[in-house]
Design a binder for this molecule. Structure first.
Ligand code: COA
Length: 256
């Protein structure tokens, strides 16, 4: 299975394990991650969740082949990615991310909804939606400008410029940058600290921390999902996806 789940010492770990495709996420993988989050929520022995990837690849985002094949059939509301994101937004236990390598597309946007984020010094983050003919997703069009300001957000979301863990720390997207070989253990140690804290107070504090932004985030996600689904079927996106599979630069010169 490309999603490995294990609970040890109060921490439910969700490990993305599809290194041959740089941990690109298929519908089945989103479902497995959503199921794992629901299971962690229901399991009283779990005090925190840890999401991690493989050395060099946290996740390269949506599996482009998988999601283009589903683009026509699925409505935004049924999207497996959205179901995963709902589970992530809904869990009331702390979620810690160990960004072990490239975090592209949803690989970066999911971090906006984790509680604590640790990034490898070799990792690159990016939200390259526009270059794929798409739009930002999962609240990033709201949260990124709030965190970075409008001009930096335009750099990341309009131009799709990649950025380092250090820049993510500066923007408040990540807590710290760690050497690549230490990031997972560090994040695990942080997650294990919740074993010594009172779970009720942790739960209520997480709720309070998210309260002021949650309504806006949910509204934004609904709007983004609608536009994203339209864009998935657009000729611009088709050209971008074909170019990806043909390993060439996309040509948007014919579009107006
Ligand atoms: N969807 C589907 N397949 C993907 C993928 C994705 N998001 N990301 C990587 N892969 C596949 C590649 O097609 C390649 O498959 P192949 O070996 O059958 O040709 C394999 O994973 C390895 O990727 P490759 O591009 O050769 O590795 P790299 O180290 O040169 O580059 C990335 C890694 C992640 C920088 C690059 O693959 C990339 O930019 N991927 C697309 C990321 C993206 O646009 N994500 C947003 C989706 S919304």
């Amino acid at each position: 299975m490309n999603i490995r789940c294990a609970t040890l010492n109060g921490v439910a770990t969700i490990e993305i394990a599809r290194p041959e495709k740089k941990n690109a996420l298929t519908a089945a993988m989103y479902k497995a991650m959503a199921d794992a989050l629901h299971a962690a929520q229901a399991d009283a022995s779990v005090r925190a969740v840890l999401i991690t990837g493989q050395p060099g690849a946290f996740t390269s985002g949506n599996d482009i082949e998988d999601f283009t094949s589903r683009a026509v059939a699925a409505s935004a509301a049924e999207s497996p990615a959205l179901q995963f994101m709902r589970a992530l937004l809904g869990i009331d236990k702390p979620v810690v991310a160990a960004v072990t390598g490239a975090a592209l597309g949803i690989g970066t946007t999911l971090l906006l909804h984790c509680d604590l984020v640790y990034v490898s010094d070799e990792a690159r983050l990016a939200m390259p939606f526009v270059g794929l003919g798409l739009v930002p997703e999962f609240g990033s069009s709201l949260v990124v400008p709030r965190l970075m300001g409008n001009v930096k957000a335009a750099e990341k979301l309009l131009l799709g410029e990649p950025f380092t863990g250090a820049e993510a720390v500066e923007a408040g997207i990540a807590n710290a940058v760690l050497p690549a070989h230490e990031v997972l253990n560090h994040a695990r140690r942080i997650a294990e600290r919740f074993n010594a804290l009172p779970p009720g107070a942790v739960r209520e504090t997480k709720k309070l921390l998210r309260r002021s932004s949650m309504e806006d985030v949910l509204k934004t996600i609904a709007l983004e999902s609608e536009v994203f689904a339209q864009r998935l079927r657009s000729p611009e996106a088709k050209e971008a996806f074909q170019a990806f599979f043909q390993k060439r630069q996309p040509d948007f010169s014919k579009f107006s």
